[in-house]
Design a protein around this ligand. Structure first.
Ligand SMILES: *[C@@H]1O[C@H](CO)[C@@H](O)[C@H](O)[C@H]1NC(C)=O
Ligand SMILES: *[C@@H]1O[C@H](CO)[C@@H](O)[C@H](O)[C@H]1NC(C)=O
Ligand SMILES: *[C@@H]1O[C@H](CO)[C@@H](O)[C@H](O)[C@H]1NC(C)=O
Length: 483
């Protein structure tokens, strides 16, 4: 058995040899079937969703990708080794369905897996990358979500598995958005930009406030790995907007924070029965505009005190998008954001706009306060006023992690000496990793990251937080091989 170090060297060589220019694509807006329907999908449903996306004005708001998740194929490949659509549920076939989706002005996304079988037990694409990429391209597929279930233990390294499909897709000549879904294992933010457009950073989301907060915490200090020329951190779908029992404030917070993180925004609720209030959140065009801002810099945490937090991102033209979040259970609380926290000179006058209300709040200098009730947000945009200086830079260079790192050490991403020794130890250790991966896969719903502790980091404001190397569990955390 080859040593992990050898594998690492190969993985890195593989990435650099095949590094490709990345399109400066914006985060995707669209729909995915998994949250609402799991594998209970069929062609009529997909047609209905396509129609609803258009009728509800969501397509016009930018949600143009309609992505079918797991469960669309037969349990076996056909005699020639090709994937085939489930014959009973998709009798017209995927090419016809893609054509219908395209006829509604939408794009057609499909799902595959970098292992032997998908998470729901349908055929995986490992070893069939070329065939499957050609099949999808011939159907008119515009996006591939590529999952990470059921791979061989000896084939545990995700990098060659994900790079193989990247190359297979490229070889078809059809531009296909490549959306990685390995739940953050082996820190894809360190390598996935060489592979493609977006990478999931955590385990699956659930329709609870706790799950939203857990993913938000795991996303802290990852903004610096995303952005133009790299790709997007994918915080998973908008599961909690319309599903579960979240309050409107919680749904608003979920949506605004995902938009600010520059995560893909993929609707996950049944559009045939969506509540008008949830629909209004999804269509909040000025919040969507934050997600699609041309500067493309992801937002991050800039301040936390008890249950109050401030997330921010720079915008093209020198403005700032700011999400003031109240994670506590007390009623409305004023949260004050200072210009200093946003890297703006204190004397700068700025116009402040409430992005959900789509209303100008006024002009402020030095700071602005907004009230956020429990589990809710205030979302504002600051636009420094020109005051005779019209040559303001399109990008003034401020980044939210500058502010974060002024308070906290950067999140640790280097392999530790101990990690390397461990990695080089022997085939036995490799075997152990394979087992760890299997366990992590099985428990991936809880595979978060050590930043969860940040949630109660009262002391961050006081500057006394002790984070140290993050306490990671799961395969990437055990091995620390890539990075
Ligand atoms: C394939 O990769 C090449 C080299 O980076 C790139 O120029 C080309 O646009 C890619 N083609 C597709 C279809 O993605
Ligand atoms: C928030 O601040 C404003 C302006 O200072 C004040 O009028 C309002 O009463 C405050 N609200 C709360 C809930 O403290
Ligand atoms: C005008 O803005 C530019 C770009 O930010 C800055 O370099 C320059 O100093 C400003 N000039 C004045 C007079 O404020």
């Amino acid at each position: 058995m080859r040593s992990p170090l050898w594998r690492l060297a190969c993985s890195l060589a593989l990435l650099s040899a095949a590094a490709r220019a990345l399109p400066a694509a914006k985060p995707l807006l669209g729909y995915n079937t998994w949250n609402a329907f799991r594998t209970n999908i069929d062609e009529q449903l997909i047609r209905d969703i396509a129609d609803r996306l258009v009728e509800l004005g969501l397509a016009a708001a930018g949600y143009t990708y309609l992505n079918i998740d797991d469960g669309w194929s037969e349990r076996r490949r056909d005699g020639t080794g090709q994937l085939v659509a489930h014959r009973r549920r998709f009798p017209s076939g995927m090419a016809a369905l893609a054509e219908h989706v395209h006829s509604r002005g939408l794009r057609f996304g499909i799902y595959g897996d970098a292992g032997k079988r998908t998470c729901a037990g349908y055929p995986g694409s490992r070893g069939h990358e070329g065939t499957d990429a050609r099949t999808w391209a011939s159907w008119g597929v515009d996006l591939l979500k590529y999952d990470n279930c059921n791979y061989d233990a000896a084939d545990w390294d995700p990098v060659p598995r994900y790079a193989a499909m990247r190359d297979a897709l490229n070889a078809t000549g059809r531009p296909v958005v490549y959306s990685l879904c390995n739940w953050g294992a082996l820190r894809p933010w360190l390598w996935a930009d060489k592979v493609r457009h977006s990478w999931r950073t955590t385990g699956d989301i659930h329709p609870t406030w706790g799950s939203v907060m857990e993913i938000l915490d795991a996303s802290t200090d990852l903004a610096r790995f995303a952005g133009p020329g790299r790709g997007h951190n994918d915080a998973d779908m908008l599961e909690a907007v319309g599903n579960g029992k979240l309050t409107l404030g919680e749904q608003r917070a979920h949506f605004a924070l995902w938009a600010l993180l520059k995560s893909p925004l993929l609707i996950g609720t049944d559009l045939r029965s969506i509540h008008p209030d949830s629909l209004a959140i999804l269509k909040a065009r000025e919040v969507i505009a934050i997600n699609q801002d041309p500067l493309g810099v992801a937002g991050d945490l800039v301040w936390v005190h008890g249950s109050l937090r401030i997330y921010a991102a720079p915008l093209a033209g020198g403005g700032r998008a700011v999400v003031l979040l109240n994670t506590g259970d007390a009623g409305p609380t004023n949260i004050t954001v200072t210009w200093q926290q946003l890297g703006l000179p204190a004397g700068t006058a700025a116009g402040v706009r409430d992005l959900f209300a789509e209303r100008d709040v006024g002009e402020f200098e030095g700071a602005v306060s907004a009230a956020a009730t429990q589990h809710d947000v205030a979302v504002v945009k600051l636009t420094p006023l020109a005051s005779g200086n019209s040559s303001r830079a399109a990008d003034d260079g401020w980044r939210p992690w500058h502010q974060l790192h002024a308070q906290l050490p950067p999140r640790q991403h280097r392999p530790s000496v101990r990690g390397w020794l461990l990695a080089g130890a022997a085939a036995a250790a490799l075997r152990l990793a394979a087992v760890a991966i299997s366990i992590a896969r099985w428990r991936r719903r809880v595979a978060g990251s050590g930043w969860r502790r940040l949630g109660d980091a009262h002391s961050m404001a006081a500057g006394t937080v002790q984070l140290g190397p993050a306490v990671f569990v799961g395969p990437g955390r055990v091995w620390r091989l890539v990075g």
